[in-house]
Design a protein around this ligand. Structure first.
Ligand SMILES: O=C(O)C1=C[C@@H](OP(=O)(O)O)[C@@H](O)[C@H](O)C1
Ligand SMILES: C=C(OP(=O)(O)O)C(=O)O
Length: 428
């Protein structure tokens, strides 16, 4: 694709059906857990994108056989029953938060020395709370530059059990990482959660995937969890549901254009919390049809809302785009943690909306958007796939919206613009 992408406005409401690729969060968890399991696991419906490719490449470097067939969206993993064959490895995780956090914990269960690193932005994304939690268990692990961010060096001698504590105020991925690897420890691990956890629904994904491989945890108290040493059992066939965060763009296309879009393969009982983006659209006025194996959003006149997006913050940018077409302001609140993602997403939302002539109020953990006349603009995407995918939606209604660096969608959705064009029935 060229260096920019000019979005072509649609001539009428967007109507159609789409099936987004597999969930990033479930694919990367299933890979970790299948690697720790005993026996061969066959995963289907997997996501093929940069975030899953760096995970696969890293597991192979650790000596775990992961065979990926992108054609059939399937992966076969030869589990190593809680061991890591390689005693040294350098892992490169680009800007995949799930990969570097989950693999740091996995490496802590090995025997040897491992270094995990990523691109310039990854070297600014915090991982110290996970490092601290592993250190409390006796693991020799540190952020090499003393910044609390990657690169991380792990000198592992098996994961000791014991008591630890973890903060979840920056990212839920630290606790997810610890939970998934805890069954491979030498004795039980008790984890105390120190504070209010952000992005809580992702923990349900973690527990759901662990349960699929036969492992459950004991919740001693709301904030004290215990995991017994045990071996995950292979999942002979595990089918991964489509990505609910990716689905938000298509639901939003219906909302913005007054159309009707069906997303196949997801329903209200999806494992991913981001499915609840449809509730936000419902509160704004859209009509939702909840099917057994699909969901349809029917666009209606939209009204602005005030909404706590902490649980579903990967859809905050999608809502920022939808908000422009609502009657009255929209406040997206309690999302301070999105400043630590692919870019500072609150700053990016505010800057790019202002570039289109929109009035915006930004605080430490919220953004309020006042709909107004939208000016043509070239939207900077800051190497953030979600800036590209969400702001492109504005161009479905407004002429002159250009997306800079559209290829940044490779992180989670390499074919996003093809799927959007197909849905809109035209090359945009
Ligand atoms: O565990 C996961 O799969 C994820 C958790 C969330 O991150 P935080 O917990 O850092 O908010 C989310 O933003 C990310 O895209 C995926
Ligand atoms: C924040 C995201 O990803 P990660 O933290 O896994 O890099 C995302 O996909 O929006």
């Amino acid at each position: 694709m060229s260096k920019t992408y000019q979005v072509k406005p649609v001539s009428g409401p967007v109507e159609g059906t789409v099936r987004p690729p597999g969930s990033k969060s479930i694919t990367n968890r299933a890979l970790i857990v299948a690697a720790l399991a005993q026996g061969t696991t066959h995963l289907t419906g997997v996501l093929d994108s940069q975030d899953t490719q760096v995970m696969i490449e890293s597991l192979n470097r650790l000596g775990i056989s992961v065979k990926h067939d992108p054609e059939s969206c399937s992966i076969e993993v030869e589990g190593c029953a809680g061991t890591i064959p390689q005693s040294s490895a350098s892992l490169w995780l680009e800007n995949s938060g799930t990969s570097i956090r989950f693999l740091t914990a996995l490496c802590a269960s090995g025997q040897g020395e491992y270094v995990l690193d990523g691109n310039a932005r990854m070297q600014q994304r915090p991982i110290q709370d996970l490092v601290a939690a592993l250190s409390r268990l006796g693991v020799d692990v540190a952020c090499e530059n003393g910044t609390g961010c990657p690169p991380v060096r792990v000198k592992a001698n098996g994961l000791p059990g014991g008591e630890t504590a973890i903060s979840g105020s920056v990212s839920s991925q630290y606790l997810s990482a610890l939970l998934m690897v805890a069954p491979a420890a030498q004795s039980p691990i008790t984890i105390t959660i120190l504070d209010e956890m952000v992005s809580k629904p992702y923990l349900d994904i973690t527990l759901g995937v662990m349960a699929q491989f036969g492992v459950t945890i004991d919740r001693l108290e709301e904030t004290v969890w215990r995991i017994q040493p045990q071996t995950y059992q292979r999942s002979v066939a595990y089918d991964i549901e489509p990505d609910a965060s990716a689905a938000s763009y298509f639901f939003a296309a219906a909302a913005i254009t007054g159309g009707a879009v069906t997303v196949d393969g997801l329903n209200q009982d999806a494992l991913q919390g981001d499915i609840n983006f449809i509730r936000v659209l419902e509160d704004m006025g859209c009509e939702i049809k909840r099917g057994r194996v699909n969901i349809t959003v029917q666009g209606k006149p939209l009204k602005g809302i005030d909404v706590d997006m902490n649980d579903i913050s990967d859809t905050a940018q999608t809502l920022a785009a939808v908000a422009l077409f609502a009657e009255g302001p929209t406040c997206i609140r309690n999302v301070g943690h999105i400043r630590h993602k692919e870019t500072d997403r609150l700053a990016a939302i505010a800057t790019e909306l202002k570039r289109m002539g929109i009035q915006v109020e930004e605080t430490e953990d919220s953004v309020t958007i006042y709909p107004g006349k939208i000016q043509p603009a070239t939207i900077e995407t800051y190497d953030d796939h979600r800036m590209a995918m969400s702001f492109a939606l504005v161009g479905l209604k407004v002429p002159g919206i250009v997306i800079a660096d559209p290829d940044c969608t490779v992180k989670t959705y390499p074919h996003f613009f093809d799927d959007l064009e197909r849905l809109c029935g035209q090359p945009l």
